[in-house]
Ligand binder design. Sequence first.
Ligand code: NAD
Ligand code: ZN
Ligand code: ZN
Length: 351
Amino acid sequence: MSEIPSTMLGWVKAEDRPDGFLQKELPVPVPKHGEVLVKTHSTSICGTDLHIWKWDEWSRANVDLGTVTGHETCGTIIGVGEGVEDRIGEQVSIECHIACWACPRCEEGNAHVCENGSIFGVHKHGAFAPYFCVPSINARTNPSDLSLPLASIQDPLGNAIHTLTGGPVEGSTIAIHGLGPIGLFSVMVAKMMGAEKIIAVDWDNKFRMDLATRLGADVVLGKDDDVVRSILEQTDGRGVDNSCEFSGSPEAIKNAIRSTRMGGYLNVLSVYGNELIDIPMNDIVFRYLHLKGINGRKMWGTWEKMHALFSAGFDPSPIITHRFPYHDFKKAMKIVSDGNCGKVILEFEVD
Ligand SMILES: NC(=O)c1ccc[n+]([C@@H]2O[C@H](COP(=O)([O-])OP(=O)(O)OC[C@H]3O[C@@H](n4cnc5c(N)ncnc54)[C@H](O)[C@@H]3O)[C@@H](O)[C@H]2O)c1
Ligand SMILES: [Zn+2]
Ligand SMILES: [Zn+2]
């Protein structure tokens, strides 16, 4: 492996406007105590990166100008800070939730919602750059049967698994609202976990709706369908056991509330561009719904479930539709904004 350079070209959210990204020369970071330095192999683009690109209300409140964003990533450990031993050369993928490991939430096993937590690539510099530092514990060793080019998708795949398993899956009826990459991963995971029926819903993204059919969705609905009525018809009038909301659309969450069975589960991962939306509250009450917000991945239960899926032969490659060299970040963001894609990956120069 070549020597570590002192500077690198990284993508920085630099300007207070939609897009607003500049490729800048930056120092290669030096790992602090407990951290590792990773040479980036690939970084995939997340729905959250699209929010930052669009510079919506949520992004303006959460991302400082000057941040290197990008958090779904994998690479090779090439340096370690004090207190970290024996990790050079390991191939790792990153858990982007950085936890304190000492607060009550961390102690009860909910480090993904650590009271002092922050997000790599949102609140701190991330991985739209050729090198980055993270706490050693956040660099998860890749399963040996997972090829490195696919490894960056463990963050969104983990989101899908965490959301889906917020309710019953095996032998259950499932509705997936929003067929972005995480919704598509959920279709695949629900199929692999033995769901009885999978109803996949998007608005008008034909590319993704067709992909959902190929991935094994039993029914695919869109804007021309009466979503609530169709889901009720598909479930003997009851509604599905488990609804997952991945669209960020106020319309979709209303549909999900009204098409989940009595006492069913509604798990919401989406980030909504505007915080305040109208929802049919009495439906939640009278339908006795378990409504759960989902954030990140359980550390490390979700990662263990995901690695078990890989061992059982789970292959995420049909969802990875585009790869770009990292200098073409803006081209890649344009594809992500247009939405005619599954997962889009930026590839870095590797030795
Ligand atoms: N909470 C977390 O930890 C976390 C982590 C990652 C992503 N997210 C959020 O999860 C969501 C999903 O991300 P993604 O990248 O998979 O998807 P995305 O944002 O790329 O795609 C959303 C999809 O929803 C579809 N859609 C729009 N209106 C709809 C409607 N009324 N009904 C059904 N579908 C509709 C769109 O056509 C699109 O295909 C985003 O909001 C993202 O910000 C949350
Ligand atoms: Zn993400
Ligand atoms: Zn904590």
